[in-house]
Write a protein that binds this ligand. Structure first.
Ligand code: ANZ
Ligand code: ZN
Length: 865
């Protein structure tokens, strides 16, 4: 028997080499087996992998290996989300070329990922910055253009003055650029858009069918798309000389039931009516300027104090003769939503209430909660938003809210002044970026011909290599020659489009490209039909809205341009939690790395000092690993010290995968100890029960028990892996390990050697999903010459899963008093006798006579007094 430690840092590269030689993770596009596509969100090549990656990829890897063992052809690819601003920032800050920087980073990270021992089909690797990839993105762009799903428009854009680029609304956070943090300005600009709104209804409706997505993600998508059903109502504008189109003011409301509580109308600062009045009104011009400074992000508008400007114009109430409501220009009305105009009902809307209080407008409640009285019910600082009966509202009085909505809708449409309408918050996707390191948009601007698509046989439009980053702005635009081309249509001198695509475009279809990564078309239909949808997608919840919504849109666009045959790219979605770690600060308040800190004591006694000088250290909060707080642990260090298997095991063992996992030194050490323990155990069993150890006709009781425990453990692990309950699966592996260890003392009993071997093989197969290097090491030690990845999941004997004992509830007069665990085949007479002897039953009988005992076999015994 060997007593050597398993030397993971030495053995892991050995197994990685063996796997590469056997090319055992590559998968063909054709085959008879069912397919399974597991994908983790591909990384941005920042330079190094972090623990979040380790967790994400370890999960996907376990799923891939498990499915493989279960008889599926598994597609598990990896690529690089390689365009984007950090590469350009590196160019600006350090003078390196974005291309060199990116490909160097990819090389470094590929090496790191390989050291994790992931079962990835590396032959399908792709990088979005590769012309091989982006030329196809350009083809897809042309397809979308031909279908009017890509179009150009002039519109307000969010301009980031520091990064000198247009940002999508989603990239503006609290009025600031998501990367630069600069205050965003509004500018008019021509830009390219994808018509995501064309699919708005389907994108919400289909969420219902994504039953393997987390509810919270579906809810976030639903809110983002923001569908509301309401009424567009037209008011007559009076009291001023206006051009005809402005004499009718159309508002959008989801609460037509509150029309009798209306006390004002308001239009957006960008509304034609506001602009018209402002032509001759300096005070209004000043107000409009002030509104512009607030920014256009919804958050900024929501937070700003509600302000308005009274235009002096009035709107006639549609149902109250002679009532004229003032029309304001108000800073909280968005131009891009509904009609850019509202009627305000202060009693039932917070913003309207704030506004009414500020300008002393009437606040009349028209919806009463149950039991409230119309005469005495008043509104103070909070509007009433709940359900109820309509009051103070003439012909609506007494109706409930929904009924009143219908009545108003009918009345207004009978007047020719109302129309039911469905509105979406979702806007089209602005994809133009004034950046170098992105996919060039393949069109040419010609003075005579207008927008001319680059002919497909002239693709790719390659990025030029010789660019400079010494001044802000778009390097493509100031390149001396790149944009000068002949018009593909009339051959006159023309200008190449210098915008590149938002990098989110690249990540909206990479999962489809993985199906046929070297194809000469963007997506080979046959391969896509075989592999899509992705069966299990795994990634961070930070992508819950944008990336997933864009991918869902793009899949529909790919369908409508004939590239794929489905709508939804990801049948199953799992969002994993973060990796968090304690933070440490020196006396001077500097953040310290975990490796520079020594901890002693436990619980409330825990103390920390610096490793170098034993200086006091404050232990801070446990937070997401981040460079700024220096609470990061480098995967390379862990792999070098303990091996990748330990890191993978620890990552998946401690917490449910959807929750945060706290990285601790003691946790990793514990995982490292288990690696050694499992190795010793397998080593010992390999001695006791070498290959060819046979079962015996009559297993000793202990051997039979172990045999049973093994099958139960396999069955449970199978279910747990299938549902991504990795931590529960790990607990099961620990349990079986303990059972096996205990059984070693009975090694001489009949059949025990055989049962031990069976258990050992099961342990190796289960643990090998998480710790593939150790798995193969153990598999070899058990005498196999095959690789574990080629092994199918053991067949579980269903007869062994049935318990011999059952637990039966015991009632007295229908009330539960106790339970008994008995042999499954105990007879009714025996059960009755046992039940009557139970202490709680005797007590509950209170000395009464037993009238009868009802036995429901295997479930309940009821003693009737
Ligand atoms: C009258 C009213 C009475 C409203 C009431 C609410 C409560 P969602 O659900 O987001 O669609 N609204 C309409 N267009 C707007 C715009 N461009 N900018 C700001 N607010 C706008 O909300 C629809 C409601 O938001 C509409 O219903 C309208 O106010 C307001 F007791 O109309 B409501
Ligand atoms: Zn032309």
């Amino acid at each position: 028997m060997s007593t050597e430690r398993y030397n993971a840092p030495e053995r892991e590269p050995h197994w990685q080499k063996r796997w590469a030689e056997a090319d055992c993770f590559a998968v063909a596009d054709t085959g008879d087996k069912p397919k399974y596509y597991v994908l983790e969100m591909f990384p941005y090549p920042s330079g190094r992998i972090h623990m979040g990656h380790v967790r994400n990829y370890a999960m996907g890897d376990v799923v891939a290996r498990h499915r493989r063992a279960k008889g599926y052809d598994v597609l598990h690819p990896m690529g690089w989300d390689a365009f984007g601003m950090p590469a350009e920032n590196a160019a600006i800050e350090r003078g390196v070329h974005p291309k060199g920087w990116t490909y160097d980073n990819i090389a470094a990270m590929r090496k790191q990922l390989k050291s994790m021992g992931l079962a990835i089909d590396w032959s399908r690797e792709l990088a979005t910055c590769d012309p091989d990839y982006y030329q196809h993105e350009q083809r897809l762009f042309l397809d979308l253009l031909a279908k009017d799903l890509a179009y150009r428009s002039t519109g307000k854009v969010n301009w980031d003055p520091v990064d000198q680029t247009v940002l999508a609304n989603e990239q503006v956070i609290d009025g600031r650029g998501w990367r630069s943090g600069a205050l965003i300005e509004q500018r008019q600009r021509e830009q390219w858009n994808f018509r995501i709104t064309a699919y708005a209804a389907d994108l919400v409706d289909a969420l219902e069918r994504l039953d393997r997505w987390p509810d919270k993600v579906r809810l976030m998508q639903r809110n983002w798309i923001g569908r509301s059903h309401g009424l567009s109502m037209t008011f007559d504008v009076v009291g001023g000389k206006l051009p005809k189109p402005l004499k009718a003011l159309e508002v959008f409301t989801t609460r037509p039931d509150t029309i009798f509580g209306a006390s004002f109308l308001a239009v957006s600062p960008g509304h034609p009516l506001a602009l018209h009045v402002a032509e001759k009104n300096a005070a209004l011009i000043a107000f409009l300027d002030e509104c512009k400074r607030v920014g256009t992000s919804e958050e900024a508008i929501e937070r700003a104090e509600k302000k308005g400007y009274d235009t002096g114009l009035k709107a006639a109430h549609p149902f109250i003769d002679g009532l004229k409501l003032p029309i304001y220009v108000a800073n909280f009305i968005l131009m891009g939503y509904g009609t850019g105009a509202i009627f305000g009902c202060p009693a039932h809307d917070q913003r309207d209430l704030d506004f009414a209080r500020k300008y002393s407008l009437p606040v009349l409640p028209v919806v009463l909660p149950d039991g409230a009285d119309a005469k005495s019910f008043t509104i103070a600082d909070e509007p009433y938003l709940g359900p109820g009966r309509i009051a103070n509202s003439d012909f609506l009085d007494g109706l409930d809210v929904e009924a009143a909505k219908s009545v108003v809708a009918e009345r207004m449409s009978a007047l020719g002044k109302g129309e039911r309408r469905t509105n979406y918050r979702l806007r089209d996707w602005g994809i133009s970026r004034q950046r170098y390191w992105g996919c060039p948009i393949p069109v040419v601007h010609c003075i005579d011909c207008g927008i001319v698509p680059v002919p497909r046989n002239q693709l790719p439009v390659l990025l030029p290599d010789d660019v400079t980053f010494d001044v802000p702005g778009n390097p493509l635009d100031r390149h001396p020659t790149w944009k000068n081309v002949d018009c593909p249509s009339c051959a006159k001198p023309a200008r190449r489009e210098t915008d590149t695509m938002d990098t989110f475009v690249c990540s909206s279809w990479y999962f489809a490209r993985f199906c046929s990564p070297r194809a000469t078309v963007p997506v080979e239909r046959q391969a896509a039909d075989r592999w899509l949808p992705v069966d299990q997608y795994i990634g961070g919840v930070e992508h819950a809205i944008l990336h997933l919504l864009y991918s869902r849109f793009f899949t529909r666009a790919l369908r409508d341009t004939g590239h794929v045959g489905l709508d939804e790219p990801f049948a199953g979605l799992f969002t994993q939690g973060m990796v968090v770690h304690e933070t440490y600060q020196s006396e001077a308040g500097e953040w310290l790395q975990p490796f520079d800190v020594r901890i002693s004591g436990e619980g409330g006694e825990r103390k920390a000092v610096t490793v170098a000088g034993s200086k006091p250290v404050t232990i801070g909060l446990t937070e997401k690993m981040s460079k700024s707080k220096r609470n990061v642990v480098d995967p390379d260090d862990i792999v070098a010290h303990y091996g990748a298997d330990t890191a993978r095991w620890f990552m998946l063992s401690d917490s449910p995968p959807e929750r945060d996992v706290i990285w601790t030194a003691s946790g990793v050490e514990g995982a490292g100890r288990f690696v050694q323990r499992l190795w010793r155990l397998i080593d010992e069993i390999a001695e006791i029960a070498p290959m060819g150890t046979n079962a015996v006709a009559n297993l000793a009781a202990e051997a039979a028990l172990l045999h049973k425990a093994t099958h139960k453990s396999l069955a449970a692990a199978d279910r747990n892996f299938e549902h991504l309950r990795f931590n529960v699966a790990v607990a099961g592996i620990y349990e079986l390990t303990n059972t096996v260890t205990a059984a070693l003392s009975k090694r001489d009993e009949p059949g025990m050697a055989w049962a031990l071997r069976e258990a050992a093989e099961a342990l190796v197969q289960m643990a090998g999903l998480l710790m593939p290097h150790l798995g193969d090491e153990c598999w070899a030690r058990l005498g196999y010459h095959t690789l574990l990845i080629e092994q199918s999941w053991p067949t579980v004997d269903p007869a062994l899963l049935v318990d011999d004992t059952i637990t039966i509830a015991v009632q007295v007069n229908g009330k539960r008093r106790d339970e008994m665990t008995v042999a499954r085949d105990t007879s009714a007479a025996e059960l009755e006798a046992m039940a009557l002897k139970l202490e709680p039953v005797i007590r509950a009988m209170e000395g009464r006579q037993v009238r009868k005992v009802v036995v429901v076999p295997q479930r309940i015994i009821n003693v009737v007094a």
